[in-house]
Design a protein around this ligand. Structure first.
Ligand code: A2P
Length: 341
């Protein structure tokens, strides 16, 4: 920490959906910020953002100097991170990057603090990657179960909200709603391949030759890396749904040992960052609208497969902008600060 109490923290992409939440998380969790610097594209330079009791003026990233910055939290897209994260690291900042640009680099730790905090011990490039939102909430729920019974296969279907495509994703969904009710024109398709209002789209990010999407393969490779299980068998189907905030996931896990639903509930109840919400007889299970703007990963609908006793099914919901992005990044900064890195 610098001599005057607190850290110099930069938020890159500060005007975006995740950047705004990064600033809110630094504030609400009381992270010791001595100076906050906000950066975005030249379009936003000079804009004022509020932080704690004061205001911060947005700087143009392309001319910003990171000298003196302790932690730089990036959420401004992959190409921006590819160009500017090494520059910020070379100027002395530790970068915590929310984009997919660095996640699979062998020299970049990919971290969910409740799952693999040990990965923060070695940061050769000065860059740490924040995993994909859908991966973060899934591995937080998988970790305690894997430790108990050893998992060998995971099949997941996601129900991902519009805010996963940023503020422009939310705006496009709202415009699609207006167009559906003939209150406005059809929006230009920038974020979704088809109108998302009253629709589910089995399509997030681009399709690969295998038939999977890039988003689906992020869940495969990132889960293997975070959990240090390079051969873990994972298959994902990623679906966009007309929900503003919070991703839901149906997860099926095959274990080496039998694990009862009751034992899984007990383990998840004690797991850090996880909240159990599992009283289906009373209609109690995790819901996106209840999870929105909350910190935990909510887990419910836990059941043992009726035909395969070593298989469990779960329903996992979390705020994609918080635990799936901004909160996880701030938790990484908290872990670094606690370790004096
Ligand atoms: P700006 O608001 O100036 O465009 P979202 O994911 O919600 O769309 O937000 C993206 C964030 O990334 C915004 O803060 C946006 O700034 C920022 N951003 C996008 N492109 C660049 C760029 N080339 N340089 C710096 N910031 C960028």
């Amino acid at each position: 920490m610098s001599e005057q109490a607190g850290y110099v923290v930069a938020v890159v992409g500060a005007t975006g959906a995740v950047g705004q939440e990064m600033i809110a998380m630094l504030e609400s969790r009381g992270f010791p910020v001595k100076t906050l610097r906000a950066m975005a594209s030249p379009r936003s330079a000079g804009k004022k953002l509020s932080f704690n009791e004061g205001e911060v003026e947005v700087e143009d990233l392309s001319t910003a100097d990171f000298t003196g910055v302790d932690y730089a939290l990036f959420s401004a897209g992959g190409s921006t991170s590819l160009e500017y994260a090494p520059k910020a690291a070379a100027q002395g900042a530790i970068v915590i990057d929310n984009s997919s640009a660095w996640r699979m680099d062998d020299e970049v730790p990919l971290v969910v603090p409740e799952v693999n905090p040990e990965a923060l011990k070695d940061i050769p490039k000065g860059i740490i990657a924040n995993p994909n939102c859908s991966t973060i909430q899934m591995v937080a729920a998988l970790k305690p179960l894997h430790d108990a019974a050893g998992m060998n296969r995971v099949v997941v279907s996601t129900y991902q909200s519009a805010s996963g495509a940023g503020q422009k994703g939310i705006d496009e969904l709202m415009q699609d709603m207006d167009a559906y009710y003939q209150r406005g024109p059809e929006p230009e398709r920038k974020k979704f391949a088809h109108p998302l209002a009253f629709e589910v789209l089995p399509h997030i990010d681009v399709f690969l030759d295998s038939g999977y999407t890039k988003e689906e393969m992020k869940m495969v490779y990132e889960t293997q890396k975070i959990m240090s299980l390079p051969d873990l068998n994972v298959s994902a189907t990623c679906v966009r749904v007309p929900v503003v905030r919070a991703h839901s996931e149906a997860v099926t896990i095959d274990f080496d040992e039998e694990l009862s639903a009751d034992k899984a509930r007990e383990l998840l109840e004690q797991a850090p960052g996880v909240e159990l919400l599992d009283v289906p007889q009373e209609n109690v299970y995790p819901l996106a609208r209840q999870a929105a703007s909350t910190e935990p990963v909510w887990v419910g609908r836990i059941r043992q497969d009726t035909q395969r006793p070593k298989t469990l099914h779960l329903w996992v919901v979390a705020d994609n902008l918080l635990k799936g992005a901004a909160l996880n990044a701030v938790q990484i900064a908290e872990a670094l600060a606690a370790a004096n890195v």
